[in-house]
Ligand binder design. Structure first.
Ligand code: G3I
Length: 381
């Protein structure tokens, strides 16, 4: 008969069993858990985010998408409800409900929260620019309102939002090059109310004051175009924005199947990193039509392979630059809700749809070929 094992021997055997099972179990569990989501596949590189819609009597991402789909992401941003005119539609009257919902969801699920956006020429409320009097009086009043508004919004989410798009799209586009003498979008109501671009410096100062540790970004589109990139770098240098708290640049990433070439994405990342700034991709989606003038929809099957190939090359570039890139956010979760269904050839078509397929998840939430192309990368084996 086997001698009764001493207690120590029994403990040793139990310990040995636990170590074995952990070693065995952990590998399997971790392995499958590790690579089973987008964010897990990119944990070593950068957070992966998604824009969340909370439309009034419209689309609501937090109720539409199952938790396991939202769990593919490690960061959230509001598609619309944290914009100036949405969050403070009237002076002193704040619409906190939906911003609070997204912030609470992120917190509850251990996700990061980006803030989009404090100062923009679009979706801002008229009361912010309604000051009258001399140019100096108008600027002073607008400045006071900007300070109070940013103090209230950034202050409220000081412990929740780790990164703000402080100013969005303040540099003029190539097609406006001859329209205004300066490098700025001079038809911005902020530029008009101030009479110059110093509102940009104020916005960063006020945001830094309200949230001393937050990352503060300038966010824009078309930055992979040489001249817009040059104007943006000139703005950062001329306004000495780093002295006002600027820590990074958001490359929106509203791209298509061929533009911009990966080489231009690399040049753009390097250009801003060379200024000692972080770079984030803040609104990524791939327009499957590009500049096709046709109003007629194209079937997804026609672009499935091209989209997967495009996302594969883009994310290979992002992984290569993971030291410079500190976050990649998709401008939506799945193809059932994307602004690109209503926006084509530079025009917003209210109430009309031309179905687009810009994201990694299909309309039913299933993983597209593009999803596999992004997560099944060699370094991940
Ligand atoms: O909420 C109202 C709804 O009550 C009304 O019934 C409906 C019809 O008029 O309009 C709804 O507002 C729409 C809002 O999205 C919410 O869906 C606005 O018309 C529409 O213009 C607005 O579009 C947003 C657009 O910014 C505004 O410029 C898009 O959803 C949003 O994806 C888009 O996001 C911008 C980024 O903030 C900055 N970079 C470019 C990006 C794409 O344009």
């Amino acid at each position: 008969m086997q001698p009764m094992e001493t207690e120590d021997m029994q403990d040793l055997r139990k310990l040995f069993r636990i170590i074995c099972s952990i070693a065995l179990g952990a590998t399997v569990f971790v392995a499958s858990a590790e690579t089973s989501t987008l964010q897990a596949a990119y944990k070593e590189f950068f957070p992966i985010g998604a824009a969340i819609a909370t439309e009034k009597n419209g689309f609501d991402s937090l109720t539409r998408y199952p938790p396991e789909l939202l769990a593919e992401f490690s960061s959230l941003v509001a598609e619309n409800c944290m914009k100036p005119g949405e969050i403070e539609p009237a002076e002193g009257k704040f619409a906190w409900t939906n911003p609070d919902r997204i912030v609470a969801y992120a917190k509850e699920h251990g996700m990061l929260m980006r803030g989009h956006t404090l100062v923009w020429h679009n979706q801002s409320a008229q009361w912010m620019f309604s000051a009258t009097g001399s140019a100096d009086e108008k600027r002073a009043k607008t400045r006071d309102r900007l300070k109070t508004y940013i103090g209230a919004v950034v202050g409220r989410y000081r412990n929740d939002v780790y990164c703000w798009d402080v100013v969005n799209e303040a540099v003029k586009d190539d097609w406006d090059a001859g329209k205004w003498p300066s490098i700025y979008r001079e038809n911005s109501p902020w530029f008009a109310a101030y009479g110059n671009a110093s509102y940009i410096q104020d916005a960063f100062d006020f945001a830094r004051e309200a949230s001393p540790d937050a990352k503060l970004f300038y966010n824009d589109y078309g930055l992979c175009g040489a001249s817009k990139r040059a104007r943006t770098i000139e703005m950062i240098k001329t306004l000495k924005l780093k002295d006002h708290g600027l820590t990074g640049v958001g490359i929106q990433g509203h791209w298509n199947l061929s533009w911009p070439p990966v080489s231009e994405i690399q040049v753009t990342i390097d250009a801003f990193a060379a200024l000692g700034l972080e770079v984030q991709i803040t609104e990524l989606d791939i327009d499957c039509y590009g500049n096709t003038p046709s109003e007629k929809g194209i079937p997804y099957a026609q672009v499935e392979d091209a989209l997967a190939k495009r996302y594969a090359e883009i994310f290979a570039c992002f992984r290569k630059n993971s030291g410079k890139i500190t976050g990649v956010t998709f401008w939506g979760v799945a193809d059932d809700h994307t602004w690109l269904d209503h926006f084509w050839l530079g025009v917003w078509h209210e109430g009309r749809t031309r179905k687009n397929w810009p994201l990694l998840f299909a309309e039913d939430g299933s993983k597209k070929k593009a999803y596999r192309a992004v997560v099944d990368f060699k370094e991940n084996r």
